[in-house]
Design a protein around this ligand. Structure first.
Ligand SMILES: [Ca+2]
Ligand SMILES: [Ca+2]
Length: 357
């Protein structure tokens, strides 16, 4: 049997260059019905808008949940598995225009990106304006993340459409709306999505580092490897993240050539399913004040094993990869507030946690 101190070190460090010891713990701050995401309008503090998979957005304020939902799309949303109301993004000028954007799967399982306006407290249903529609063919791999980038553009991720092994080779095909991250200038008079990245299997969660605009994508793998992808702010796009030639850093289908249209970008990190992991859930680079030792670390975890890790990107490479001393089974998402504090949530037990020192 190992000495206690050594066991603790082994439990909190994995991978090369990882001498860091974890500094955080999780504290429960709220309970919801199958939460899958949370976000907050710019400049607001003490509030999170929590996305419930069935189709509601509820407002959590100073530790309490408002009784009236901010948005209720339950009659329009097919929910369960990878479907449902999947994320929300608030307009950078929300304080002025009250616009926000949602991604959901409708009763046929097709994807909608819709802009709504609120009256400040609740969504105005008649304000709905559709910005994208994708006819889908399988219930899984619907992506679902919306984020505003450092350029003020709206970024949207969609998966390869689903099934298993990318049966239609959507990953290496630019003519279809699958397996991509695209971005939209929401101020332009016409809706025109532009390609940022392709070769993604299911980018369920991606985020930008609020300090420098770097992009982190957690791309869900097939049967063996989960991956973290990274693009430094300002790097040339489109980037080709390789699916289905590659799953993580490993060849998945050698007969699928990489499209020449984009530069292939290998993951900065991948991890195997050996430990009971099955599906990566991407988080955020921590920029808060509560856990000073974690500033600059990117957090992510696994939906099945509930393991949570963090790493630092140094010189374009993942360093100081660290297993955190807590688990969140059913980990559906992370969230970040305007102070840079980090939240985690479980779709299976409904708990919203906050990272604290
Ligand atoms: Ca699908
Ligand atoms: Ca990849």
């Amino acid at each position: 049997m190992l000495p206690v101190a050594l066991t603790a070190v082994l439990a909190t460090t994995v991978g090369p260059g990882s001498a860091a010891v974890s500094a955080g713990r999780l504290v429960e701050v709220g309970r919801f019905e199958a939460p899958v995401y949370a976000a907050v309008p710019p400049g607001v503090s003490g509030v999170l808008y929590v996305v419930e998979q069935a189709g509601r957005i509820v407002v959590w304020q100073n530790g309490k949940t408002r009784s009236t939902p901010f948005l209720d799309l339950r009659s329009k949303v097919l929910s369960g598995g990878e479907q449902g109301l999947l994320s929300v993004a608030f307009d950078p000028q929300y304080a002025r225009n009250h616009f926000f954007y949602v991604d959901y799967t409708d009763l046929n399982g097709d994807t909608h990106i819709v802009r709504f306006r609120s009256d400040g407290r609740r969504a105005v249903p008649s304000s709905a304006r559709q910005l994208a529609f994708v006819k889908d063919f399988a219930s899984n791999h619907n992506g679902g993340q919306l984020q505003f980038g450092p350029d003020g553009l709206l970024y949207w991720g969609n998966g390869d459409g689903g099934g298993s092994g990318d049966p239609n080779d959507n990953g290496q095909n630019l003519t279809r709306p699958f397996a991509k991250i695209q971005r939209l200038n929401v101020r332009a008079p016409r809706v025109l999505w532009k390609l940022v990245a392709f070769g993604l299997r299911n980018p369920w969660r991606f985020s930008f580092d609020s300090a420098n605009g770097d992009l982190y994508i957690a791309d869900v793998g097939q049967n063996a490897w989960e991956e973290i992808d990274y693009l430094r702010h300002g790097e040339a796009v489109p980037a080709n993240f390789g699916w289905r030639r590659f799953e993580g850093a490993h060849v998945y289908d050698a007969s699928t050539p990489l499209l020449g249209a984009g530069r292939y970008v290998a993951p900065i990190h991948d991890y195997s399913h050996d430990s009971g992991a099955c599906s990566v859930t991407g988080g955020y680079v921590y920029r808060g004040k509560d856990v000073p030792a974690s500033v600059g670390r990117y957090y992510f975890g696994d939906y099945c094993s509930g393991e949570v890790w963090s790493l630092r990107v140094t010189g374009g490479k993942a360093t100081s990869i660290r297993l955190e001393p807590f688990t969140v089974p059913g980990l559906s998402s992370f969230a970040e507030d305007n102070r840079g504090e980090l939240y985690l949530m479980s779709v299976s037990n409904g708990i919203l946690y906050r990272l604290q020192a």
